[in-house]
Ligand binder design. Structure first.
Ligand SMILES: Cc1cc2nc3c(=O)[nH]c(=O)nc-3n(C[C@H](O)[C@H](O)[C@H](O)COP(=O)(O)O)c2cc1C
Ligand SMILES: [Fe+2]
Ligand SMILES: [Fe+2]
Length: 393
């Protein structure tokens, strides 16, 4: 599929994987994008998951026929992209891999496939392909240490690796101008929250470093190619990496018998009374973590609660707390709540996690013993109102 002069999409769709990286729910699949630049030299940019190798090879041959491939540029070594590397090298023995020093170590470590002929590039190096020249820009920890982007000078085309990628398989078209992108932008946010949420500082550094490049087209390794909406894609990354959020509340709870849920409902009610209009309530036993994280990145208020469970907090609640403690999502107003039957630990556990999360506490943590009395629910509603006022302030 041609996306620009001499540049073709040769990626594949994975519509059967349930969880990306074994963790993140995929309701609409995912694409592994790879591109071919068929200039005087032929360069392949990244590969695809090895399970799709036969289809991938057919895509490549449809574009270049029997022509050899001169270079395989490796922007990112995660196996969803590097998985077909060794088989490509088998099919095209004369191919030269192009990557930085860290990439080549990983090529050897994962596939035992490094060669003395490979081209080791440093930050800013270039590679002439004929009519066009690629330049390479290291963007470490986006989201692995070897990650880089490749840029076509003059044409403003960036092969960005996972950056600006989305969950969601591609349905017919590849370039944004040829499709309805509405389902993909929230999926870019979910991808960011799940996979890049720990790396906001490296993302900001990368945006600063790349800001000198004119961008007319961004070709990521997942999801649509950004052309008309380059600005929107970059804006999502700017906003999310700076922790910018909208006014709104996410209420997250776990509950076995409904007491914690009733408190969560009362907190949501209180926030609505305070005038908050964006309120999302997640039962953490039901909602998928990546959707919960995306909502938390999106809105500036969070209420989180769970029952005391085996001397700690209910497991699905602790799971979210662990994920938040490992992410750069600080500028939030936080209220928390939790009940117990014989020995309270839930609210203490949440407080301990917030030492790492660094969110701004609002009001007193709400704690109750056994059943939820009318008084407890009144206090929950009042806590929701205080949180709502803090969110809107
Ligand atoms: C497996 C299990 C472990 C529990 N562990 C504790 C505990 O360590 N301390 C405590 O005070 N209550 C403990 N509880 C009691 C819960 O706090 C109580 O069931 C409460 O009603 C749960 O809140 P919920 O109604 O929102 O599910 C435990 C309950 C279960 C089922
Ligand atoms: Fe990746
Ligand atoms: Fe990826």
């Amino acid at each position: 599929m041609k996306i620009a002069q001499d540049i073709h999409y040769v990626g594949v769709n994975d519509r059967t994987k349930h969880r990306f990286e074994g963790l993140w729910f995929l309701p609409a699949g995912v694409s592994y994008n790879s591109y071919i630049i068929a200039d005087e030299k032929v360069a392949l940019i990244d590969t695809v998951d090895v399970a799709f190798f036969a289809e991938y090879l057919a895509n490549i041959r449809q574009v270049i026929g029997d022509r050899p491939i001169d270079y395989l540029v490796i922007n990112h070594m995660e196996p969803d992209h590097s998985g077909s590397l060794a088989l490509i090298r088998d099919k095209y023995p004369q191919i030269r891999l192009v990557g930085n020093k860290k990439t080549m170590e990983m090529v050897q470590g994962f596939y035992g496939a490094a060669s003395a002929d490979d081209v080791v590039v440093a930050d800013g190096d270039t590679l002439a392909l004929g009519r066009r020249t690629l330049s390479f820009h290291l963007v470490p920890m986006l989201h692995w240490p070897e990650t880089m982007v490749s840029y076509v000078k003059g044409e403003g085309i960036m092969f960005s690796g996972d950056a600006f990628g989305c969950f969601g398989a591609l349905n017919g078209a590849v370039v944004d101008r040829d499709m309805d992108i509405a389902p993909y932008l929230p999926e870019m946010e979910r991808y960011f929250a799940a996979i890049l949420g720990k790396f906001c500082v490296p993302v900001r550094n990368a945006l600063k470093k790349l800001s000198g490049l004119e961008l007319r087209m961004i070709c990521p390794t997942h999801g649509p190619v950004w052309c008309e909406k380059v600005g929107e894609a970059v804006e999502v990354y700017r906003r999310m990496s700076h922790g910018e959020s909208q006014k709104g509340l996410v209420v997250c709870y776990g509950s076995m018998y409904g007491h914690t849920r009733r408190v969560a409902e009362a907190i949501a009610r209180g926030a609505a009374e305070a005038g908050v209009r964006k309120i999302i309530v997640h039962d953490l036993s039901v909602s998928q973590p990546s959707f919960v994280l995306a909502d938390i990145f999106r809105y500036n208020g969070l209420a989180i609660g769970g029952p005391t469970y085996n001397g700690g907090v209910f497991p699905v609640v602790e799971d979210l707390l662990k994920r938040l403690a490992g992410r750069d999502v600080k500028a939030h107003k936080l209220a928390w709540f939790g009940g117990f039957t014989w020995g309270s630990m839930a609210v203490k556990t949440i407080a301990a996690y917030n030492e790492k999360m660094g969110m701004t506490p609002v009001g007193e943590p709400l704690e109750w013993k056994q059943g939820t009395s009318a008084d407890t629910l009144d206090r929950a509603r009042a806590l929701g109102r205080s949180l709502g006022e803090a969110i809107l302030a």
